[in-house]
Design a protein. Structure first.
Lengths: 209, 424
């Protein structure tokens, strides 16, 4: 089985990609290993659970830090809790196919970027730019209400906008310094190859008016 | 030979070579209708596939086989195959199928010698390429693609050994692959987000059909240097007929598509076999009931549709509804409840409400799903069905335990001669 797609990257350029069955499993394995080494186990736990039919990988990511949750479609009053868990599912065809993230429908994160059904909004999926790692990173920050990742311009739950903004204004959010989420002595990544510098065209001559 | 219509003394001596060869023309518009006429007159047995209907405004571009105004409103494929029947040689057949290409799978084309792609949009060409590439080389038909632009006409014949159909398309054209164009080479020009109408003439369309049938003739008669070539006819003032050799495209996603390594057969057709029956046959072959059928993956217009929608919420009133449709066959009006549909309400898009989606079918699926035919579950006619045995694996990263097998149904290809209409 081959998965292929033509997509627009973050610069708007059209790109094509095709990956084989082995490629996607390799990518999934690499990203999963990367997640395991990245986070501080005291605050973030990543657990694999049994994948259901049709799923390639099913993770439960738990943040052990103060957070807030809602309980139903019509609930507008966030309640405090000591931690939140989110389910993340990867499907065959990853990373060309987006991952799916959701909270329990009766215990979902109070956030402008989480739908009332409990489904987490993960923005546009751009293959090879978006990944399991970027999604988990956004979600763990969201679970401590870090405003750095909150998108007020594309809201899933508009009722949470004011509540979230006032929490940020009163410095209650984020509920944990975000750097504590990560392993303190994470070995630095191998430096990437520098992209070839583009030739700079000579400046245009001044206009003759 | 039908001696009333075909006098052998006045025809070429190589004519018997074409007799009764099965060819399929996908797209029966301006070019396709001429193609079917010529193929029938060559002595072949042309089948036709198209989902569209004939309109009066296009009557001047079609072959004269089509009657105006009587045929307006009829399905193109069904109509053309019916109109061509008087010209068929003895023993030859022509069958028209009213179907969207998305409803056909690779095995639907496995019986044909040649498939002609007379399509007017890039998304369909990409899909057809994918279907043909999924067939093993020994059962893979030749592909001849044609098209027009202005007064220019083109045709390319390929056997998928040097390049694929997608190699002939610039990937930037596929950004909005739904844009309709009948051109095989010129890029879409967009003006303020609107695609201008591509003007072509009936003459150019019939020329494109002539070029295609000439390539077909070259292939059948074994003309050297006919395969994997592009013929381009340019009209005055630069009148010319050019032969070129297209090159493969680097990193072409189309070329990366390979047929399944091993294909096993189930009895019946996706149109009649239910999920329950298919699972029974699969478990007999695999010797286990611990397996899952991946939901059909439809790549169309650069979107991967790979789930089956069980329940949704009415996109107008929010009432829960049962959809029971493959995502690739679900249109916005399918996501309305009966009442909202009757009142002509417009669906809105949201992810706010929970829905039930399936990515795989298992023996534990609910009865209503098990009783549905494979076709109704989203598998196209001639599908390759992926079956995964997890064998206790925790997830798909547990690679040593995972076993994947592909199945196809042995009567699917015969249905191409029997069915008149496929709809979702």
């Amino acid at each position: 089985m081959t998965y292929s797609v033509t997509y627009q990257d973050e610069t708007g350029a059209s790109r094509m990609a095709s990956i084989s069955e082995n490629d996607y499993l390799e990518a999934l394995e690499n990203d999963y290993l990367d997640l395991q080494r990245r986070y501080n186990a005291r605050y973030v736990t990543i657990q694999k659970i049994h994948a259901e039919p049709g799923e390639a990988l099913h993770l439960v990511v738990t943040v052990n830090a103060p957070s807030h949750y809602l309980t139903s479609l019509n609930d507008k009053a966030p309640k405090e809790c000591r931690g939140m868990s989110v389910h993340i599912i990867c499907y065959p065809g990853y990373p060309l196919k987006s991952v799916y993230a959701y909270y329990a429908p009766d215990h979902f994160l109070a956030s402008p970027n989480v739908f009332r059904s409990g489904v987490a909004c993960i923005d546009n999926w751009i293959p090879f730019t978006s990944s399991l790692t970027t999604v988990v990173d956004k979600l763990v920050h969201d679970m401590i209400h870090d405003p750095v990742v909150t998108r007020y311009d594309s809201m899933a739950n508009g009722d949470m906008e004011q509540w979230h903004k006032s929490g940020v204004a009163s410095r209650q959010f984020p509920t944990l310094p975000p750097k504590l989420l990560y392993v303190p002595d994470l070995p630095p990544r191998r430096p990437r190859h520098a992209a070839a510098s583009r030739p700079v065209p000579p400046p245009l001559p001044p206009r003759k008016c | 030979m039908n001696s009333v219509l075909y006098n052998p003394d006045k025809l070429m001596t190589d004519r018997p070579l074409f007799h009764n060869r099965r060819v399929c023309v996908v797209g029966c518009g301006a070019v396709g209708s001429y193609l079917i006429e010529q193929l029938a007159k060559m002595g072949a047995s042309p089948d036709a596939v198209d989902f569209d209907v004939l309109t009066l405004e296009n009557a001047a571009k079609h072959s004269s086989l089509i009657r105006t105004p009587e045929d307006a409103g009829r399905n193109k494929a069904v109509c053309v195959s019916e109109r061509v029947k008087p010209f068929l040689d003895q023993g030859c057949t022509s069958h028209g199928i009213d179907s969207d290409l998305c409803l056909l799978g690779p095995e639907a084309f496995a019986d044909y010698d040649v498939v002609f792609a007379a399509l007017d949009n890039f998304a369909a060409k990409v899909l057809l390429n994918e279907l043909i590439r999924q067939l093993p080389p020994e059962r893979r038909p030749l592909l001849i693609m044609d098209g027009t632009y202005g007064e220019m006409a083109q045709s390319v014949m390929l056997d998928n050994t040097e390049f694929c159909l997608r190699c002939l398309m610039d990937e930037s054209w596929l950004k909005d692959s739904a844009v309709r164009t009948s051109c095989t080479s010129a890029p879409i020009r967009q003006n303020d987000g609107l695609a201008p109408i591509v003007r072509t003439s009936a003459r150019a369309s019939s020329l494109a059909a002539h070029l295609s049938t000439e390539q077909y003739r070259g292939y059948v008669t074994g003309a050297p240097g006919a395969m994997n070539r592009r013929l381009t006819y340019t009209a005055y003032p630069g009148l010319e007929l050019r032969v070129s050799h297209p090159l493969p495209k680097r990193n072409c996603p189309g070329c990366a598509i390979q047929p399944p390594a091993h294909l096993r057969w189930l009895r019946g057709s996706v149109l009649t076999v239910s999920l329950r029956e298919a699972m029974q046959q699969i478990s007999e072959q695999l010797g286990t009931t611990d397996f899952e059928l991946s939901v059909h993956r439809l790549h169309y217009k650069e979107v991967l549709h790979s789930c089956f929608i069980v329940t949704e919420y009415c996109r107008a009133c929010g009432k829960p509804i049962r959809v029971l449709k493959h995502a690739g066959r679900t249109f916005p009006h399918h996501l309305l409840c009966l009442e909202c549909n009757l009142h002509g309400k417009q669906p809105y898009l949201t992810s706010d409400l929970p829905r039930t989606l399936l990515y795989a079918f298992t023996p534990s699926c609910e009865d209503a799903i098990q009783d549905m035919t494979l076709f109704d579950l989203g598998y196209p006619l001639g599908a390759h069905i992926e079956v995964i045995e997890r064998q206790g694996a925790f997830d798909l990263l547990d690679r040593d335990k995972i076993k994947t097998t592909f199945f196809a149904l042995d009567e699917d290809h015969c249905q191409m001669r029997q069915i008149q209409k496929l709809s979702c």
